[in-house]
Design a binder for this molecule. Structure first.
Ligand SMILES: *[C@@H]1O[C@H](CO)[C@@H](O)[C@H](O)[C@H]1NC(C)=O
Ligand SMILES: *[C@@H]1O[C@H](CO)[C@@H](O)[C@H](O)[C@H]1NC(C)=O
Ligand SMILES: *[C@@H]1O[C@H](CO)[C@@H](O)[C@H](O)[C@H]1NC(C)=O
Ligand SMILES: *[C@@H]1O[C@H](CO)[C@@H](O)[C@H](O)[C@H]1NC(C)=O
Ligand SMILES: *[C@@H]1O[C@H](CO)[C@@H](O)[C@H](O)[C@H]1NC(C)=O
Ligand SMILES: *[C@@H]1O[C@H](CO)[C@@H](O)[C@H](O)[C@H]1NC(C)=O
Length: 798
């Protein structure tokens, strides 16, 4: 989302005219003196501008939007097509900044969020990749809802907008991707569920309150999609965007070549869910091209798929300067005006950047754009603003007016951030139950590494100013007073071993030694992919020299979003235990110490495959999920990848052990079929593969069944545990996944006691595959359901 510098500068020229802002500010201050202590955002529909139908909250959204539109001149309209939408003085409408960020807390990456008013910090929840590792969908909802409270509170004091550009739901397809940390990992189901929880929690649509998930899915179509919004969330980046810069290709010019099969069963599902089940009110089209056409210029994606097929109600923004790149970088359009015409005709509504401000009038003059193209876009934009209450008059009378500075950085959010970090941390290795440590038996500790006593490094990208950050060193000291610390390396790049000597001296004297290694934003971030999966610089040398010198085996703590090849640690008995802590945010220090000392039993699981360094021979630009042995291509993610792994998707240990048993499950599933006139002739069913098109299934709802799994905690410690339910289809369809996650549940378990995890499976959605034509089909034959190493065979027949 970061614009190239020259574009950012261009953008800054388009801020609202200062005189108008000043006038509005003075007017506000004079009319409502109390707003001086607690400044409120500028607002529309203030006397004498409150009599228009668009200000009348009893009228339907569409009517209000139409009314507003009907009062605008073409020149006004064009000024609304940018993230920095201009004021409309003759209607008393102030300027509006569409671009605010809230990925894992409020962040000033977009101009809509500032920390220079009465709110100077906001809670930094763990980076998304770590919250994802909790595999706890109700946690994801709570996180989004709390971020939403902070967002609305900051809006109420004029420090944030109401339209936020999160979540990032692209598939973490390549371990080198610099923005993989922002995502929910590599699995389409996990990303879909995350997307829905985030959007529902954040947007606070009243229609969702008290509705259970299954009911929701049944009523999907019936629930109105234009209800009032607390905030607007955005599904980004649509679609197949998951590369910053690799092999001399940047995200601005990348042409993602994606097969129909991969698009349908990997890249699109999170977006489909985000819209259909989450009711997201924003969609962001990405920089990249999809099969030769820029995403933002694809009518088939934006209008046919998202709006018409999935029922999207909301606005579509470009990524920042994604319209400019269509002409400037990609040379896809022959002129700037053609680029503008392409995106407006495709269904994009607003441009992050200034390209539409600069070129739309010319495009109209040249007949490439007609006014109704602009009207279409504005109706979508105004509708979202109306649903957000921006035209309901005085904001202090509105639904969320009660939220203020006390709702930011409060104890509740701090506790939730800590809870999320605890739930996300993944125990990768724990030889001979080295962990947990017993507090009474540890009289001294040492913590070594450039990330050991650095709070900002723990935040990850898209972070604001934390409320009350703790470092890992500080966290340990609350358990063991006599804890020493040494940098070892100057920074994460670790180019020199100059600090090793001191670090070794510090480690030698301690009972227990932890080494902190891994990544930070100098290695992986927006606009910056890694080229290697091994630890940066001399970090490996630091780990092994400390492990050699210390009295006993050491604990390795890995920081970072992307997978790291730490194969060298696997067989090394001097590295007893390994924790992966992602970017834990401001509560990292506390949570890590709690896990080390067993006050928290770790239960996180890796949401991405950890590949070995050899994977870097795979071109990052290759979007294929499926392996291709003829060219030595190993495929991607646990569903397809055929090579060795360092740690598999879903890996994560506990201080307890667990075993499973399937309780009740059908052995046979009979699928009644209806003949469809439009269905593909049987001659196209190649190789006699026996399957049923999902559209041919008489009623999917009637086929749903429960899977009850008993989880026994065989260990000595209570703890929450993630149950991952997979299915394996007969796999006679070309390109069928090796296995597919079809459900996940995090459950509380008690030592030596069984717990039940219940899944509700819809065979059409959960047991189906996508064929090479991108069609969803249910294979006839033996399907296997799996939890851990327990399997259940189920025959699907027609
Ligand atoms: C708002 O619209 C409603 C419904 O049409 C109407 O009854 C009411 O008079 C309108 N209010 C104002 C202030 O115009
Ligand atoms: C905060 O920063 C924004 C953006 O730089 C600026 O427009 C605004 O005036 C500042 N507010 C205060 C209270 O300084
Ligand atoms: C990238 O460009 C540089 C300089 O033009 C060239 O030396 C290098 O071989 C290119 N790398 C790839 C992977 O194409
Ligand atoms: C913490 O790490 C960041 C890089 O991630 C670096 O910029 C910063 O200087 C470090 N802070 C301290 C106090 O070393
Ligand atoms: C089945 O698929 C749907 C749609 O992708 C998903 O929401 C649901 O969580 C899946 N799993 C189960 C066990 O129902
Ligand atoms: C899931 O997260 C919620 C919210 O923090 C928490 O209350 C619940 O205990 C968690 N569930 C498990 C099984 O850990």
């Amino acid at each position: 989302m970061q614009a190239p510098l020259w574009l950012q500068m261009a953008q800054s020229q388009w801020h609202p005219p200062p005189l108008i802002s000043l006038f509005l500010f003075l007017f506000l201050s004079l009319s409502f003196p109390s707003s001086l202590e607690n400044p409120s955002p500028q607002f529309s529909c203030k006397p004498p501008h409150d009599c228009y139908p668009f200000c009348n909250s009893s009228l339907p959204t569409k009517i209000r939007a139409q009314d507003l539109l009907s009062r605008l001149f073409l020149s006004d309209k064009i000024l609304q097509l940018s993230n920095g939408a201009a004021s409309i003085p003759h209607l008393g409408i102030p300027a509006y900044e569409w671009w605010s960020e809230s990925l894992h807390g409020l962040a000033p990456n977009g101009p809509g969020v500032t920390f220079n008013g009465s709110v100077t910090s906001a809670t930094i929840f763990p980076q998304v990749i770590l919250s994802t590792s909790s595999f706890n969908s109700s946690l994801w909802f709570s996180l989004a809802s709390s971020i939403g409270d902070e967002a609305r509170a900051m809006h109420n004091v004029g420090q944030a907008g109401l339209t936020f550009w999160a979540p990032n739901i692209n598939i973490f397809r390549d371990p080198r991707w610099g923005r993989g940390q922002e995502t929910c990992g590599e699995d389409p189901l996990v990303a879909s569920v995350y997307a829905v929880e985030y959007v529902r929690g954040f947007q606070g649509e009243p229609e969702f309150e008290g509705l259970d998930d299954e009911l929701m899915r049944d009523k999907r179509i019936l629930i109105p999609r234009d209800s009032k919004l607390k905030l607007s969330a955005c599904c980004k980046h649509f679609t197949a965007y998951d590369l910053e810069n690799a092999e001399n290709v940047t995200r601005y010019t990348f042409n993602a070549k994606v097969s129909k099969q991969d698009l349908e069963d990997t890249y699109q599902p999170p977006f489909k869910s985000c819209i259909q089940d989450g009711h997201a009110s924003c969609l962001m089209c990405s920089y990249n091209q999809l099969n030769g056409i820029p995403s933002c210029a694809r009518y088939d994606l934006l209008t046919q798929t998202a709006r018409n097929e999935w029922g999207f109600e909301g606005y579509i923004t470009s990524d920042c300067d994604a319209v400019a790149v269509i002409y400037e970088d990609q040379r896809y359009a022959p002129s700037p005006e053609d680029a503008v015409a392409d995106v407006l005709k495709a269904g994009m509504d607003i441009n992050c950047g200034t390209y539409l401000l600069r070129y739309t009038a010319f495009a109209v003059e040249q007949g490439k754009v007609v006014e109704s193209d602009i009207d279409r876009a504005l109706l979508n934009l105004f509708s979202v603003q109306i649903r957000l209450g921006l035209f309901d008059g005085f904001p202090n009378k509105q639904r969320f007016a009660g939220l203020g500075p006390n709702d930011v950085c409060n104890a509740k959010h701090r506790k939730l951030a800590l809870e999320a970090t605890r739930q996300g941390i993944v125990l990768l290795k724990n030889t001979k139950s080295f962990l947990p440590l017993t507090k009474s038996k540890v009289s001294s500790m040492a913590i070594i590494g450039p990330a050991a006593h650095n709070a900002s490094l723990l935040n990850g990208d898209y972070s604001g100013t934390p409320c009350n950050p703790t470092t890992l060193f500080e966290g340990l000291r609350t358990y063991v007073k006599n804890t020493a610390y040494s940098l070892g390396c100057l920074d994460i790049a670790c180019e020199s071993s100059d600090g090793f000597g001191e670090a070794i001296d510090v480690a030698k004297t301690a009972d227990i030694v932890a080494v902190v290694a891994g990544l930070d934003l100098t290695q992986e971030t927006e606009d910056h992919d890694r080229v290697s999966l091994i630890l940066p610089g001399k970090q490996r040398g630091l780990i092994t020299s400390i492990a050699h010198a210390s009295k006993g085996p050491v604990i390795l703590i890995l920081v970072g979003g992307g997978p790291i090849d730490v194969s060298f640690t696997k067989e090394d008995p001097r590295i007893a235990s390994i924790l992966w802590i992602g970017y834990p945010g401001e509560t990292g220090g506390e949570a890590v110490a709690e896990v080390l000392f067993g006050d928290v039993n770790p239960g996180g699981r890796l949401p991405v495959t950890w590949y070995p360094e050899s994977f870097t021979s795979v071109p990052m630009t290759d979007m294929n999920m499926r392996p291709d042995p003829s060219r030595g291509y190993p495929g991607r993610t646990y569903r397809f990848y055929t090579g060795e792994v360092v740690y598999p998707f879903g890996h994560g240990l506990s201080y307890s052990e667990f075993s499973y048993e399937f309780l009740s499950l059908p052995k046979f599933l009979s699928v009644p079929k209806v003949e469809l006139l439009s269905s593909t002739p049987d001659t196209l069913r190649t190789n006699q593969v026996d399957y049923i098109y999902i559209e041919e299934v008489e009623t999917c709802e009637a086929l749903r069944f429960y899977v009850r799994v008993s989880v026994l905690n065989d260990g000595g410690m209570d703890g929450s545990h993630v149950v991952l339910l997979y299915s394996k289809s007969p796999a006679r369809i070309s390109g069928a996944p090796k296995k597919q996650l079809i459900g996940f549940k995090r459950v509380h378990t008690k030592s030596k006691q069984p717990t039940e995890a219940v899944f509700f499976v819809n065979p059409c959605e959960n047991l189906s595959n996508v064929n090479e034509h991108g069609e969803r089909v249910l294979e006839i034959g033996n399907h296997v359901l799996m939890v851990g190493n327990v399997e259940h065979l189920m025959v699907v027949g027609s």
